[in-house]
Design a protein around this ligand. Sequence first.
Ligand SMILES: [Zn+2]
Length: 186
Amino acid sequence: MGFFSFNCEGCGQSLRSYHAVNAASSWMQSAVVYTADGKFHQGAYDGYGRLETASENVELLDGACTVYHQRCWRLLGRPKGFLPVASGAAADQGYFTDFHPEKPKTRGEMQQLRKHRQVEKRLVEPDEGEARAEENKAQLEDRISKLDKVLGLLDGSDPLYPTLAERRDGYALQLRTVTRYLERMR
Ligand SMILES: [Zn+2]
């Protein structure tokens, strides 16, 4: 199984496994997770969808968790609870990256990290491209409609609002790309 990861709701960067950090970025391993059943978990991310802690070994499934770096969660004032949208899958898979930022000291520094775009390293195999694109399209449409519902309920000054709005725009951009790709195939 390959590496995969999720993006932190605070800084937009991936949870990292210990393979993918250095002295500067080691804070990116420490994760805080809320699962859909409302449970709270903390621990080091293992790079394969689990937290390595003595008491917990939590499977983080796409669609069923809200994740933060522990550092970002603290900077955000320790928000509680599961958001009714999954934390986004990380394009760098928490592994394929040379980006090693220092631990953010303020909420402003954390937000600056959102400006660093992850590079999508995964490549679609040509023969599975169309089926994957159809699947992605349905998933993206679903996520966009869920995010629209959440954004409609949140106050614009909520610290999570810009994060969620940015994610919605990211999905909309991906949806346009996928739709164009499918149109070309027909
Ligand atoms: Zn973060």
